[in-house]
Design a protein around this ligand. Structure first.
Ligand code: FAD
Length: 317
């Protein structure tokens, strides 16, 4: 079922979460074990992230360096199908521009369509570690809006081969990313919102936000979106803080701020068990306020570790 249909028929705030595909070589049971404790809260859907290839250099005995491409985690098509089959819940694959040309993207979308996967979250993806800025593949997409256009076209029966005049249209519900604290490359929030509006005007059905820890930033983001005529559902993304190290890693990876009150509470903790407790309490408080604000769904970044999200969900759902 489409995310927009879940939202339309819901009588209360929905629960959903995001997981990472298991590392290559790990069994699907590892992933199922991370999902199982959260199933009692009846998630409306589960998102599966996509991870780009990385370059590594292997030194040969003659001193020459060989550049190799490795992908540590598999793609999302098989995992989404496995989750849907095992748990009978909608799985939402993340589709990224990085590393794919249009043909490969079309093939992935055809597979998703055959598998009865109704939703996709379309993203640009980040640059790979060795690149200073995002470089699209030859015949690939430079922005999420271009990838979105490809999905919207397929929903109209327009495939890459323009001679295919009788192609069956797909019917994907399309999500896009939004950034309450602006995307790190955008010169300012206003410009970032202009491009977010472009994605919605081109056919995005809903927005999921980057994680944030200060609800005021989300409320202001929603206000600005509505003011500009962005009228699709906006789903807040939340991440419970669980370690002291995250005080520096989360801002540096996700380009977000942590409120001083949270920072001080985490700094005062003796160990990470205490930090997790602080993170859970903060997450419950944030979630309660967001429910009161009327968000359609609370989406948690579990990063495949379910215990903190489980404690938050137990207090709310
Ligand atoms: P875009 O919408 O393309 O925007 C990228 C930047 O370009 C922004 O600064 C925007 O303002 C600007 N921009 C947009 N259009 C134009 C234009 N036409 N001209 C000039 N500037 C423009 N990454 C992964 O690799 N895998 C994942 O699974 C994944 N999941 C995510 C889930 C969520 C909910 C979120 C919020 C992020 C996720 N990311 C993921 C990270 C995301 O890929 C990065 O943040 C990436 O840098 C931007 O992606 P985007 O889709 O927002 O890009």
């Amino acid at each position: 079922m489409k995310i927009t249909e879940h939202i339309a028929k819901a009588k209360k705030t929905l629960f959903s979460f995001e997981i990472l595909p298991p590392l290559k070589g790990e069994s699907i049971q590892t992933l199922f074990k991370a999902i199982e404790p959260l199933m009692e809260f009846k998630p409306a859907f589960i998102d599966v992230t996509y991870h780009r290839e990385e370059y590594v250099y292997k030194q040969h005995p003659n001193g020459l360096l060989e550049k190799r491409t490795i992908r540590k985690r598999p793609g999302t098509v098989g995992i989404c199908a496995a989750i849907m089959n095992h748990f009978k819940v909608d799985a939402v694959p993340h589709l990224i521009c990085g590393g794919f040309d249009k043909e490969e993207t079309e093939n992935a979308l055809i597979d998703l369509n055959y598998l009865g996967i109704d939703n996709v979250l379309v993203l640009r993806g980040d640059s790979i570690k060795s690149e200073t800025s995002f470089i699209p593949e030859p015949n690939g997409h430079a922005y999420a809006s271009e990838l979105l256009e490809q999905v919207v076209n397929m929903n109209k029966g327009i495939f890459l081969d323009t001679e295919m005049t009788k192609a069956q249209p797909t019917n994907f519900c399309i999500g896009v990313a939004g950034y309450p604290e602006k995307h790190f490359e955008a010169p300012n929030l206003q410009t970032d919102l202009k491009y977010l509006k472009k994605k919605v005007d081109m056919g995005a059905d809903y927005i999921v936000t980057q994680m944030f820890f200060d609800n005021k930033k989300f409320f202001e983001f929603v206000r600005l979106c509505r003011e500009m005529g962005i009228d699709v559902p906006i789903i807040p993304g939340l991440k419970p803080i669980t370690t002291k190290k995250q005080l520096t890693t989360l801002p540096s990876i996700f380009h977000i701020d942590l409120p001083q009150e949270l920072v001080e509470a985490v700094e005062a903790c003796k160990d990470n068990a205490q930090v997790k407790q602080v993170g859970i309490e903060w997450g419950i408080q944030q979630s309660k306020e967001l429910i009161e604000f009327g968000v359609p769904c609370l989406h948690y970044y579990s990063m495949s570790k379910s215990d903190a999200v489980q404690s938050i969900a137990a207090a709310l759902f």
